[in-house]
Design a protein. Sequence first.
Length: 416
Amino acid sequence: MDVWIWLLAMGVLIVFSALFSGSEAAMFSLTQRSRKTLEHGGVGGRVAARMLQSPEHLLSAILFWNLLINMTYFAIAAIVGARLENDDGAGRTVAITFTILSLLSIIFFSEMLPKSVAVLAPLRITIMLGPPLSLAVRMVSPVVPLVTVVNQAASRLVWPSFKPEPEIDLSDIERAINLTTDDAALLQRERMALQGLVEIAGTRVGELMRPRNKLWMCAGPLVPKQVVEMMPPSGYLMVTDKTGEMITHSVRIRTLRPSQLDDLDSFCEPVIYAPWSARVSQVLDRLNDENRSVAVVVNEFGELLGAVSIDGIMRSILAPRQQADPFGEVVIQEIEENHFRVSGLVRLRALAKRLGIDLTEEGVNTVAGYIQRNNERLPRVGDTAKLPGYLLTVVEAEEDGIWIDIVQDEWKEELP
């Protein structure tokens, strides 16, 4: 009877060990897309999402419980094995067989099987095990910092000479691309993506943002019918505060199913805020780190200038030479040699690169902004401005924007 009680305890410990092992495999195999859907997975999903905000704390708690359960299991196995060995009806052979079976059982039923099942449906298992796992984490929260410190100290003692690998240079990446494929078309696309990465490293977010007057903003309750009829070109609906002066949330409309449009408030996602002078690469890092989709661009006074989405940033990386803006219009048109027509929303740096000239102008993002600074007023038809070797003239001015003719300046002074 005593042996059967111990065996029952070992079975319960195997079940608990399997739950912790399975939850570890499920939660840490979730993709970024799956983590976003946790917020809409009920109480269990929200609890799991909060725990995943501190992954090191969560992992330390799971490992602590697993270690405690496994140590208790093997202690009981040793007690039962000793009793079997001293029993006249069992003996040493039975005790050794029992010990081997105990080891194989905990390996299979608490490690291999639960982890294999967990990775097949990680999202569902995470939502299901979220509440009980949260309780277990809170129970050992006072001990977890000590476990983390001991783990770090042991790592430094065992691997004291490990150093982080040096960063890879862009030239190394390009050389690797050249060696990976003989497909000319694929090689060109890879070079284009590499060039896009280099460009965003020095591009300000103010140059890539969608201006405020091109955003679809809503301050009131979200009406599904209105959303369907007025689908924003960018695919994002911007939700503002009560004053309508600042964006607080965004909704990625184009990824929602028709049945999800009835509950738009559940898919509102907080935005991040970035100054217009921040680099696009820095904003992209923040969007990835905070798992957000939209960054609101503000000026030095905190006023709303526009917004940029992670989709737009990736589009500029993967198609950096694309000559069409997000509204579907061609923004740089070559009418004839040394004669162009551009939209006022064109980035000044992109235009300078197309014309093959160098700029020293700072603090101006668009061609329209450059003309406004030179004339000290909002651009009107007939306003002009000069770039090195070229003359800019406003030929159309509408509510949606302006169009500018660019011709070679025949009266430019010859440089010495």
